[in-house]
Design a protein around this ligand. Structure first.
Ligand code: FBP
Length: 549
């Protein structure tokens, strides 16, 4: 296969490891834990994996390990660094015993259920070192949650003599990893389960997990693009760019990109919800900035929009909830031929307030709200073009103001959506190092016979040599939440905290970023050069850890 010079160079990059993972390693147990909330319920549901101690990997003595076979699964959306977790796992296993084997289940969790797998050999692994993507074994969104699925897993693990499964996924996949670990312990089938924190969305983090992998690289890619657009806007001086950013419900990506690029406006869904804002209020906020800038002769700018925004506008949330209930397994709706027919049907079934809102939306957006749900029954926010909705509403309002003589500027807007551009990017040094360390860490957790743990690497704002590796019991991160009408144990999702340092920094600066141009142009990710250019973690992490203020 032909490769670019950078691909070749990255293939030879040796990820930096924490000192504790360099030589012989032993697992040190800390204090017993409890779940973040709903302790009694979680304990009852996870009698075997509840209350386990936090683990730290420290320097140990030379030891010999038996050969072991391990299976690995990539679950959910792609995130830069996934391949390095697998490479770390492979190298770790071979370091412990050269006869150990790593199997990859193909296409996500369904590979385990359907017994689709491949053995990952050194030749294959070497092709994927420090590369983006999940194409080494593929990923998928099948939910591992039913006992017949777990039993199919036992079958294939017995056949391949697999003693441990590593699930690389987000909050839902890791919740399911814990359910699987508990089930396998109850069945005493000798299969351990270890999770790894993946998602570009950055919403899998807590007191133990400082960040999910992939967030760093994805935000750096989007911030580069935003910076480029800002430079273009500042050169041509004629367009407003409305840029929607992936991230599902949480606005971590939008916030991080704002911190890196200092746009004129960045909306934060969590703030919109807290302030109980309507769509019109959001539009008015944008319009005010546009009018103010136009008075200073600045008829251009940038607006960042988190993809989950629409779900956080209280009235919209109600409408979406009603649509979710109405459209779940609705054969009658599915059988309808035209969009108009569907629209009339929906209007007839909604409550008066939601009907009014639905009617006021541009037809395209209204249609997107009724499209297919994801496997959890939720509307797929990545397919709703909120940026176009906002442009349309802002343009209308500006035209009105113009008519009243209150706005004399020119408004020309362009829309963008950044998501897939960053999910498979070549991992930054941070993600390459972090993920490789996570893979090695998972190996030692397996070798120590641990199950129901998530591999963890923390102290991430320090140089990689000082990072601390270990394991956190997944039950420790759980609470009870309502899912599809039922209370379920789930890992708590981390949304943007309005009293957290990253948001506070943004809030303190956004007014001046709106009025004048204080754009930052981050440029492309740098893989080689001075450490302060190449190894810098996200602003979110630096602010959270108090490294910058
Ligand atoms: P995960 O939650 O699985 O990590 O996925 C992240 C994400 O990129 C979201 O930001 C986005 O909303 C979603 O995946 C898009 O899903 P799909 O890949 O199915 O289009």
């Amino acid at each position: 296969m032909q490769k670019s010079p950078l691909q070749i160079a990255r293939g030879n990059y040796q990820p930096k490891l924490p000192v504790a993972l360099k030589g012989n390693v032993k697992v040190q147990e800390g204090a017993a834990t409890q779940s973040v909330a709903d302790q009694e319920e979680i304990k009852a549901l996870f009698p075997n994996t509840y209350g386990l101690p936090v683990l730290e990997l420290v320097k140990g003595k030379e030891a010999s390990y038996p050969a072991i076979n391990v299976g690995v699964i990539l679950s959910g959306g792609q995130a830069p660094g996934g391949h390095n977790v697998i490479c770390g796992l492979f190298d770790g296993l071979k370091r412990l015993n050269k006869d150990s084997k790593l199997y990859g289940f193909l296409g996500g969790p369904s590979g385990l259920i359907e017994h689709q797998y491949t053995e990952l050999t050194a030749d294959i692994i070497d092709e994927y070192r420090n590369t983006g993507g999940f194409d080494i074994i593929g990923s998928g969104r099948t939910k591992l949650e039913e006992t017949w699925q777990f039993d199919k897993g036992i079958e294939i693990c017995k056949e391949l003599d697999i003693k441990a499964i590593v699930i690389i996924g987000g909050d839902d996949s890791n919740t399911n990893a814990c359910v699987l670990a508990e089930y396998y312990l109850q069945k005493q089938c000798g299969i351990q389960v270890i999770g790894c924190p993946k998602t570009i969305d950055g919403d899998l983090k807590n007191s133990m997990i400082e960040t999910s992998f992939g967030f760093d690289t994805a935000c750096k890619v989007y911030s580069e693009l935003i910076g480029n657009i800002q430079r273009d806007a500042n050169s041509a001086k004629k367009y407003w760019h409305f840029i929607r950013l992936m991230g599902r419900s949480a606005s971590h990506i939008a916030l991080e990109c704002a911190l890196q690029s200092q746009p004129n406006i960045c909306l934060i869904s969590e703030e919109v919800e807290k302030k109980n804002m309507t769509l019109n209020e959001i539009v008015d906020g944008i319009v005010n900035v546009i009018v103010e800038r136009s008075e200073a002769g600045l008829n251009f700018g940038t607006v960042l929009i988190p993809e989950g925004l629409i779900e956080f506008i209280p009235a919209m949330k109600r409408l979406i909830r009603e649509l979710n209930d109405l459209l779940a397994n609705n054969e009658e709706f599915l059988a309808m031929g035209t969009d108009d027919e569907k629209r009339q049907y929906v209007k007839g079934m909604l409550s008066p307030e939601s009907r009014e809102l639905y009617r006021s939306l541009p037809k395209g957006i209204a249609r997107q709200l009724t499209m297919d749900r994801d496997p959890h029954g939720n509307v797929q926010v990545s397919q709703i073009e909120t940026e176009k909705l906002l442009i349309e509403m802002v343009a209308k309002k500006l035209a009105m103001l113009k008519g009243e003589g209150k706005y004399k500027g020119k408004f020309a807007a362009l829309n963008h959506f950044f998501g897939y551009e960053g999910r498979c990017a070549t991992p930054s040094n941070f993600d390459a190092d972090y993920c490789y360390a996570l893979g090695i860490t998972a190996t030692y957790l397996i070798a120590a016979g641990k199950t129901g743990y998530m591999a963890l690497v923390r102290n991430l704002t320090a140089p990689a040599a000082e990072w601390i590796a270990g394991g956190v019991p997944i039950t420790m991160m759980m609470n009870m939440e309502k899912r599809n009408g039922k209370m379920k144990p789930v890992i708590q999702k981390a949304l943007v905290e309005l009293d957290g340092e990253p948001f506070k920094y943004f809030a303190a600066h956004r007014e001046s970023w709106a009025k004048t141009n204080q754009y930052i142009y981050p440029g492309p990710i740098q893989y080689y050069g001075p450490s302060e250019v190449c190894d810098l973690p996200t602003h979110t992490l630096l602010l959270e850890k108090g490294v910058i203020k």
